[in-house]
Design a protein around this ligand. Structure first.
Ligand SMILES: Cc1cc2nc3c(=O)[nH]c(=O)nc-3n(C[C@H](O)[C@H](O)[C@H](O)COP(=O)(O)OP(=O)(O)OC[C@H]3O[C@@H](n4cnc5c(N)ncnc54)[C@H](O)[C@@H]3O)c2cc1C
Length: 299
């Protein structure tokens, strides 16, 4: 099923994002998690594409399994940075052959060891060009990334929003945002996006704080800001991982509750491959989403 059709039928559309295990880790680890995520009945699950295309085979394999074995709609992420047209077409063809109908079309980041990476070396420099290409050659439902605080490379939010509009016009069905910890940033972003004619559904990306060091690394890389109350929370629980996890779940649940009550089109939960914590969040918001906290015991 194309995910855009879900947005026509219900709001909010609830999705979980997972990432493939490292190449030296057996796929069984994520397959065990999938059984537990299934009991939480998200509307769809998305599978990330390793930076620079690493673990790419695993993205397709896992996304196809989510759909075929677990009966949950899935979406494969795909980054075009550094890829030739032929490589891109081969990947799109492989996705099609795997029965996938949904793709998150991304530019991707420079490889970690090449900060001066030249994006013009690949077939496409920006995600909008990839979106345009997919629209010409395939019938996928196409999602793209949005940045409520502006993409880290862009000089101004207004400039990033202009490029976002171009990307949507190239053929994007719906958007998923980068993580943010202050809902006011999301509401302001949405207002500005709507004002410049971006009318497609926008799913709010929520990342629970499980570990302070992890969140700091992600914030540094993505440029997302950490509000004072989250800094205080991380300081308070820095020596107690379990209390930190619980506080992170509480914070994410409150964020989602407000977003849903303000009419967010979708909630995209960055699960960090943690079914137990995801279940706790789903349980905290079940009265709003109508999604029960699930049957089987998730760990
Ligand atoms: C929901 C979500 C999921 C993600 N999943 C993955 C993943 O699985 N794997 C992975 O490696 N990364 C992933 N990322 C990270 C993403 O690859 C990076 O943020 C990357 O730096 C930008 O990708 P993009 O598709 O947003 O790029 P683009 O939309 O191309 O934007 C990149 C930059 O270029 C600018 N720009 C766009 N068009 C133009 C133009 N015409 N002229 C000048 N500037 C322009 C934009 O303003 C922005 O600053 C994800 C991000 C999000 C939000």
């Amino acid at each position: 099923m194309k995910i855009i059709d879900m947005f026509c039928k219900k709001r909010p559309v609830l999705s979980f994002e997972i990432f493939p295990p490292r190449p030296d880790t057996p796929l069984d680890t994520i397959y065990d998690h999938l059984e537990q995520f299934e009991t939480l009945r998200p509307d769809f699950m998305s599978v990330t594409y390793g930076a620079g295309g690493s673990r790419k085979g695993r993205t397709l394999e896992i996304a196809a399994r989510i759909k075929d074995l677990h009966g949950i709609e899935s979406m494969a992420h795909f980054t075009c940075a550094g890829h030739t047209r032929e490589e891109i077409d081969n990947m799109l063809e492989a996705m099609h052959r795997s029965g996938l109908e949904n793709i998150l079309a991304l530019r991707g980041d420079p490889p970690a060891d090449q900060p001066d990476f030249d994006f013009s070396r690949g077939a496409y420099r920006y995600a909008s060009e990839l979106v345009q290409h997919i629209r010409k050659v395939n019938d996928f439902c196409v999602a793209a990334a949005a940045y409520v605080e502006g993409h880290v490379d862009s000089r101004r939010l207004s400039e990033d929003l202009r490029h976002l509009r171009e990307k949507v016009d190239a053929g994007v069905d719906f958007l998923i945002t980068q993580l943010f910890f202050d809902n006011r940033l999301f509401f302001d972003f949405l207002e500005k996006a709507r004002a410049i004619g971006i009318s497609c559904p926008v799913s709010a990306g929520i990342m629970p704080v499980f570990r302070a060091d992890q969140i700091k690394t992600i914030a540094l890389k993505s440029g997302c800001s950490i509000p004072a109350k989250v800094v205080l929370m991380m300081d308070k629980y820095q020596d107690d991982p379990e209390d930190m996890r619980k506080a992170g779940i509480e914070y994410a649940s409150l964020q989602i509750r407000e977003l849903v009550s303000e009419g967010a089109d979708g909630i995209h939960l960055y699960t960090m491959n943690r079914p137990k914590s995801t279940r706790e969040i789903i349980s905290n918001i079940s009265d709003l989403t109508g999604i029960p906290s699930g049957g089987a015991d998730a760990h």
